[in-house]
Ligand binder design. Sequence first.
Ligand SMILES: Cc1cc2nc3c(=O)[nH]c(=O)nc-3n(C[C@H](O)[C@H](O)[C@H](O)COP(=O)(O)O)c2cc1C
Length: 149
Amino acid sequence: MVSFLIAYASWSGNTEEVAEIIEETLLSEGIDVAMHRIGLAPLPNPRQFDAMIIGSFTWDKGATPDEVKEFVADIGYKPRNVYVFGTGDTQFGGEELFCHAAVKLARFYESAIEPLKIEQSPRGTQEQKVIEWLKGVVHHWQHLHALKY
Ligand SMILES: Cc1cc2nc3c(=O)[nH]c(=O)nc-3n(C[C@H](O)[C@H](O)[C@H](O)COP(=O)(O)O)c2cc1C
């Protein structure tokens, strides 16, 4: 069975909500999911999964939260097939710094899909945006898989 790791950091719950929508949607597509809240032991092994989806909020002036930086360092290598989502707030620095942590993570992991950026909570109108983005992720992964076999 295909399995995805969803690793996320969330302070006040918004990023966790996005992770939950992603989890529900993948499960409904028949994809197995492991949820990992970043900062909580034990550290997952991305090699045990077909793909990793990583999510983060953005902190002070576009900063990546320390626990996310530690997670990336503790994993210790750049897995292939990493997809990135983030939540943020355009009130903190406008479009330029909006979800900047997610933008930086996607660049670092050389993600093939643009990072998903959600303004605060995904519930309501942005829920569809999460689902559409995820369709693109699954489609991309399936395409890669088809090329491999
Ligand atoms: C002190 C502080 C600084 C923030 N700076 C940014 C920022 O630079 N860019 C951004 O997009 N969001 C920024 N935010 C907004 C959070 O990223 C946003 O509320 C996010 O949804 C929180 O995610 P969480 O509920 O999963 O913790 C900031 C929030 C706080 C409290």
